[in-house]
Ligand binder design. Structure first.
Ligand code: ATP
Ligand code: MG
Length: 277
């Protein structure tokens, strides 16, 4: 049985103002079928979703339901079998570069220190890394890496490496951030801290964010809306508006309303046999 939860702190009610740098994303009729010889995998079916500028959307769904496929389609790294994606009103028809991506494992360059790993984003875009040094340092400090900018990736823990990857995805201030289970490989405590840090960064910048996770409570803790997917072929089963105050501090995530959102999502998965007791 759940213990008595504290009520929500109404004083925390209003989120701090956001800069609102995000772009709208329009996903229309996306379906994906992978064909190889006589093998056919229907990965995604009828995905329609309008995401508002600066919105934080979390996608939860069982393994293999097409979440990573959807992210690749949004980024223009994979052409869908049908349907379209529009970012800031423009149809995506090839790799879209005005975004930041964070994958499950951080993929840092072993031979560059942490600061230079962040600045590689600027290098790759043909910019002047020196002009971004201060900003990189500020962002690294925000995620607790102030004293580590000169260290090499091998000297950092998994959580620290993943923080570096998040800063690298944000350094050029993209209006869209795509995250594919970015905390998947982390221990529970580090994961919780990363969640808190990510919310802070997002509240400051307001970039439109897609966050893929297997974690029901992580999705509820972070998102404005949680998209619940069915098993493959992945379809949108439910969309939950998460009406909880920000920042989502301890009182919020231990509240009754928070637990109710998590229950609702769990019940969706139980109906589909994804979770069985
Ligand atoms: N390039 C590919 N060629 C063939 N099949 C693929 C390809 N990419 C993905 N698939 C298949 O599409 C389905 C969806 O894969 P996807 O990686 O999108 O799932 P996912 O929801 O991200 O899973 P997980 O939670 O385990 O990461 C899977 O059945 C997978 O085998
Ligand atoms: Mg995946």
């Amino acid at each position: 049985m759940r213990s008595e939860s504290p009520s929500l702190p109404e004083a925390a009610g209003q989120p701090p103002p956001r800069q609102g740098t995000g772009v709208p994303v329009e996903i229309s009729g996306i379906a994906q079928i992978f064909r190889r010889a006589d093998l056919e995998t229907r990965a995604l079916e009828r995905i329609d979703l309008s995401v508002k500028p600066g919105e934080f959307v979390a996608v939860v769904g069982p393994s293999g339901c097409g979440k990573s496929t959807l992210l690749k389609i949004i980024a223009g790294l994979l052409e869908p079998s049908s349907g379209t994606v529009g970012i800031a009103g423009k149809r995506v028809s090839g790799p879209h570069t005005d975004l930041g991506i964070v994958f499950q494992s951080p993929v840092l360059l072993d031979w560059r220190n942490i600061l230079d790993n962040v600045l590689v984003q600027i290098d790759l875009r043909g910019g002047n890394p020196a002009a971004y040094r201060d900003k990189a340092r500020t962002l690294l400090a925000k995620v607790g890496l102030a004293e580590f900018e000169n260290r090499m990736p091998r000297e950092l823990s998994g959580g620290m490496r993943q923080r570096t990857a998040i800063v690298r995805a944000l350094i050029h201030e993209p209006p869209l951030l795509l995250m594919d289970e970015p905390f998947g490989a982390l221990d529970a405590l580090t994961r919780e801290q990363m969640r808190i840090d990510l919310e802070k960064l997002w509240l400051e910048r307001g970039q439109t964010t897609f966050f893929i996770t297997h974690g029901i409570s992580e999705a509820v803790a972070l998102a404005d809306r949680v998209i619940v997917m069915t098993p493959r072929p992945g379809r949108i089963e439910r969309i939950l508006e998460i009406d909880l105050p920000r920042p989502r501090h301890k009182d919020v995530i231990t509240s009754r309303r928070f637990a109710d959102y998590c229950d609702e999502i769990t019940e969706c998965f139980m109906r589909h046999g994804v979770i069985q007791y």
